[in-house]
Design a protein around this ligand. Sequence first.
Ligand SMILES: [Mn+2]
Length: 476
Amino acid sequence: MSEIYQQLEARAKLCAAEIQKRGQVHLVSHIDADGITSAGIMGKCFERAKIPYTHEFVKKLDERVMTRLLSENHPLLVFTDLGSSLIDFMVDNNMNAVIADHHHPNGREENISKDSAAFPYHINPHLFGANGGFEISGSGVSYILACALGDNADLADLAIVGAIGDMQNRKYGKLVGLNKEILERGVSAGVLSYGPDLALFGKQTRPIYRILQYSSEPYLPGLTGDEEACIRFLQNTGIGYSQLDGAKFWIELDFEERKKIITALIKYCSDRGLSSSRAGEIVRECYILLSEKEGTEMRDASEFSTLLNATGRYDRAETGVAVCMGDRDVALSEAGNLLIEHRKNLVNGLNYVRENGICQLENIQYFYSGSEIKETIVGIIAGMSSSIEGVDRGKPIIGLADSEDGIKISSRGTQDLIRRGMNLSKAMSDVTEMVGGTGGGHDIAAGGTIPPEKVDEFIARLDIYIGNQLSGKNKC
Ligand SMILES: [Mn+2]
């Protein structure tokens, strides 16, 4: 076990003692896959330890939410996947709280330091020198807390689903650091297995030709978006699609068949211009939940996290957490319906962009969808639009949609653009600020919100800013 894991564990023990002492908990978690799995882990753990609890999900933790929580007089609040930025408020208002978060702590040094006496019940990798962006997610931190409260090693599968939902594997194409340690615990507990496999989405629940057809990251030249081409490709390999067997699923193939398709796929796409680094992304470390049934979303960490994100995105995180806690009945069918609705919205959104087109500027391309595309999915649509004809793979795509607080912006780039100097996180945070908005995110995918009257100015400034990044003037 690494030293940092031990330090987090020691801190978790302190927090566990506080939870046991208070004897009753109100759990507050974030409404995405990482936050939902965090709540699932804590819920399971409280259930097993017979600690009575209530819970809620929030989109964003701010002073307004904190003021409401304060007025509710909970004996103890437990925050998962959020909280580390509101410690000042908690200290100033004498709130009893435990935080299991992985975002950068924000606040007065005396409150957020590793050995803060004012706020000791704070578990966060950043306090101990680990990075919450790719070494551990909110669900991982929650897992360490749950393990301090009882024998909960088997909940590592949910922790990994949260980490994948949080895209912790993006930086290295696999889980590293504390995530890797949790993964190994899950393997020892018999709930997880992992290894290199096809990195594309849908191995449990989609016919192979659909996996290829819908792949946008990586974009498969000659296949993405073209059903007939995908079927032809499989027919040529002699695996996965035939008159006799129909369309096969990835999980129906044996090791040799998988290898054969992957080899053919890499050759097919490389022949059509896929760079070797992108071709390398076709195979990646993949994670299987061994206690889940084959052919279901829950069997695959990536599909499971997508299912959970669908529940959170439509304000039904309750359904997601019920699935995490083992409901394979009502909650699962509801989650499945939400996912179907979500996919329908994606198809409609993509069609909207296809019909209305994408505006090309020198260094960026964008679409503005008004209220036609929900602000909660405009980012995914931006990412998927790379499969639309006429879209330039050499520029980031910006999607704009109306939202309650202004115009929501989502940007998506590619690894090739990052290698050339683009950093969307920096661009979004700087350029939204120039026009009086807010933004941030990751180098490859970032977002923000701006005032409606500033759209034109924002787009013009962003075009220049990205141009500077790509030419090395604004490198970061
Ligand atoms: Mn998170």
